[in-house]
Ligand binder design. Structure first.
Ligand code: 5GP
Ligand code: ZN
Length: 120
């Protein structure tokens, strides 16, 4: 999708600190980390938000979530020891009230410190 920052990252037109890549998924560090561990996992396919997820993308969404937790547990992306022991926060912001600023579906993975709840 033209003018989508994350599609440009997928195509390599915008640099990113990549963590993982396969045919359908990409993970990279967030440019403005909010925690010691903060990376994003996205489908390479342009899906505008979770609320625009189509039935045909249900399996893809499952693999997206599965990869997010797998990477969170890995030392490296999940910090020096991985987040398996202490846990992590998996966030999907959707549309305006959800605080979505990039209109390409992404899962935030945050960890390495205790995170507050509820969100402000
Ligand atoms: P949202 O607010 O849509 O849930 O999250 C978008 C995230 O993308 C933000 O945390 C923001 O820091 C991150 N982001 C925006 N532009 C870029 C970029 O060019 N590179 C990377 N690595 N992250 C970005
Ligand atoms: Zn996109």
């Amino acid at each position: 999708m033209e003018n989508c920052i994350f599609c440009k990252i997928v195509k390599g037109e915008i640099p990113s600190r990549k963590i993982y890549e396969d045919d359908e998924l990409l993970a990279f560090h967030d440019i403005t980390p909010m925690a010691p561990v903060h990376f994003l996992v996205i489908p390479k396919k342009h899906i505008r938000s979770l609320m625009e997820l189509e039935t045909e993308d249900i399996a893809l969404a499952g693999r997206l979530l599965h990869k997010a937790q797998e990477l969170a547990k890995e030392p490296g992306p999940g910090g020096p020891e991985g987040c398996g022991e202490n846990g992590a926060r998996f966030v999907i912001n959707a549309k305006r009230d959800g605080g979505q600023t990039v209109d390409h579906l992404h899962v935030h993975v945050l960890g390495g410190r205790s995170l507050g709840w509820p969100p402000g």
